[in-house]
Design a protein around this ligand. Structure first.
Ligand SMILES: [Zn+2]
Length: 257
């Protein structure tokens, strides 16, 4: 701020000169600051070229990783995704990877997992299967991701309006339609419905469907622990966190639970 405005009137003439000089200095300073701001802006706008290193992966705790996933999701919700230099990230990760988490998601095309958490190449493993159920191959992949590759968080990510869950609720005869393998998948989800016997439900009941979507995620988390002594032990020792979450297709927000 120019000092002229704070000076007694009788000294105005003399001070005006000082003030002028002072303002000029400030003006030069402001120009320098603007240039610095512009430099900062340019730096902030530059695409991220770095990737997770072994040291960074080792330093991150499971809770910190979950916090970063939440922060990244807020960037997605606010349409403020980080710009990344994918060519450089691809080059840097070609010889190795140190992902911080593995996410098990439904195959739904409306759940772009890396974008949902504002992540780039080498940041996370992603396993996908309709209805985000677990099976031996997926749990084996999780064992690799954590016990071998150093990830500390497993996220089971359900989503609103999940078609697999809806068909499980409606007891769709997939086998009768020639989709025996899909029937097996739906059968994996149906035990969740046993908690709600005694009342007729259809997938048109959105609240009920959302309840089943969340309960199916919890079931998958429990199934993972039950089917892998290694993951269960790592979870009990606090080396790995296995958490459930649901992606809201309308808002983009992921709620962890
Ligand atoms: Zn789905």
């Amino acid at each position: 701020m120019c000092i002229v405005m704070k000076t007694p009137f009788k000294y105005l003439g003399m001070i005006a000169i000082v003030g002028f000089i002072s303002c000029n200095e400030k003006s030069t300073e402001a120009t320098a600051n603007n240039e610095a701001d512009n430099a900062t802006l340019t730096e902030a706008d530059a695409p991220v070229k770095s990737v997770l290193t072994a040291a960074e992966q080792a330093d991150l705790s499971a809770d910190e990783i979950i916090e970063r996933l939440k922060e990244g999701n807020m960037n997605f919700v606010n349409n403020d995704l980080t710009r990344r230099d994918h060519s450089e990230q691809r080059r840097l990760t070609a010889m190795g990877q140190y992902p911080k988490a593995i996410v098990l998601s439904c195959v739904d095309s409306r759940v772009p997992v890396e974008d949902v958490f504002d992540l780039g190449i080498g940041d996370i493993f992603v396993a996908r299967v309709a209805g985000n159920i677990e099976n031996k191959d997926i749990v084996g992949s999780m064992e690799f991701a954590t016990a071998v590759a150093g990830s500390k968080v497993i996220v089971v990510l359900g989503h609103t309006a999940c078609g697999a869950v809806k068909h499980a609720i409606d007891n769709t005869d997939a086998a009768g339609l020639g989709m025996d393998n899909l029937q097996g998948l739906l059968n994996e989800i149906r035990p969740v419905l046993a908690n709600h016997e005694g009342k007729e439900h259809t997938s048109k009941d959105v609240d009920f469907t959302n309840t089943i979507i969340n309960e199916n995620v919890v079931k998958t988390v429990n199934d993972i622990k039950a089917s892998s002594p290694t993951l269960n032990k790592m979870s009990e020792e606090g080396k790995v966190k296995i958490v459930g979450a649901t992606y809201n297709m309308e808002t983009g927000k992921v709620d962890f639970y």
